[in-house]
Design a protein around this ligand. Structure first.
Ligand SMILES: Nc1ncnc2c1ncn2[C@@H]1O[C@H](COP(=O)(O)OP(=O)(O)OP(=O)(O)O)[C@@H](O)[C@H]1O
Length: 260
């Protein structure tokens, strides 16, 4: 479905050139949730921009359903960390969700249905007329997720979408995304620096190395669905996976040479 094939990225040129990503390769299969985990500064956002066609990679490419990505394709929805900048403050919640659908030849009643369905799916039934500033941060991020879903993407790319909300809200949003995958059959590529989150949500985890970034390891997660914030995290398998990923991340960063 989505293939990331040897993506590399160098920022700048000549003496000031900086290789942020060396070579990253992995696949995301249809209806999977794949999480990509690595510490701050390891190039996660750069990777997501290259995968989505927002930034041209220096090497490699991403391929969505057999078509190389050169600009954000139709079947791709993106949710960023900073919800406060991704919503239009002067538009109502419903208008924010409907806005990207305008001018696409979609009938008005179909747009209204999509707005209603996606807002209900993210737990915002009855909030349609409010403006973003009247909502909490977590609710604003739910609007951003609804907007991406209303577009009916095949793949949802999410770049640390819950980094700016409190722990309780974060847990609720994690569960919302896992439930949305089941409801909309959407494929999710989810970037995070939070190891618990990466394990809890995933079918597979891509662990990144420090820069110049490559894939340290791909970890299969066989935890049962539906997942539960308490029950799943108490399972021996969850604890084992979390320790494994934590070590994989930490060892690589500890192995770095001074100055790297
Ligand atoms: N436009 C740019 N020009 C030059 N260097 C950049 C640019 N954007 C990012 N970088 C550098 O590339 C590296 C990776 O940055 P990136 O934002 O992709 O990391 P990240 O893992 O997403 O970090 P965080 O988790 O803190 O958001 C950093 O060292 C950063 O300074």
């Amino acid at each position: 479905m989505l293939s990331v094939e040897g993506i590399g990225k160098i920022y700048g040129e000549g003496r000031s050139a900086y290789r942020a990503i060396d070579s990253v390769t992995f696949d995301v299969n249809e209806s999977e949730i794949v999480t990509v985990v690595g510490p701050s500064g390891c190039g996660k956002t750069t990777l997501l921009k290259c995968i989505s066609g927002l930034l041209p990679p220096t090497d490699g490419r991403s391929v969505l359903n057999g078509i190389p990505v050169t600009e954000p394709p139709e079947g791709l929805g993106i949710v960023f960390q900073d919800y406060s900048r991704s919503l239009y403050p002067w538009m109502s919640v419903a208008h924010n969700v409907a806005f990207p659908l305008a001018g696409k030849g979609i009938p008005r009643n179909e747009i209204n249905d999509r707005v209603e369905r996606t807002l209900a799916a993210v737990g915002l039934r009855g909030q349609q007329r409010k403006k973003p500033f009247q909502l909490s941060g977590g609710m604003q991020q739910r609007v951003a997720i609804a907007r991406a879903l209303a577009y009916q993407p095949k793949v949802l790319l999410m770049d640390e979408p819950f980094a700016s909300v409190d722990a309780q809200t974060r847990a609720e949003l994690e569960d919302t995304v896992v439930a949305l995958r089941a409801e909309f059959n959407v494929t999710v590529l989810f970037i995070t620096h939070d190891i618990d989150e990466a394990v809890y949500m995933a079918d597979r985890i891509v662990v990144l190395t420090p820069p110049p970034t490559t894939v340290s390891e791909i970890v299969e997660v066989s935890l049962p669905f539906p997942r539960d914030q308490i029950g799943t995290k108490e399972l021996a398998e969850f604890v084992k996976l979390r320790s494994h990923v934590y070590r994989a991340v930490k060892n690589r960063w500890d192995d770095r040479q001074p100055g790297q």
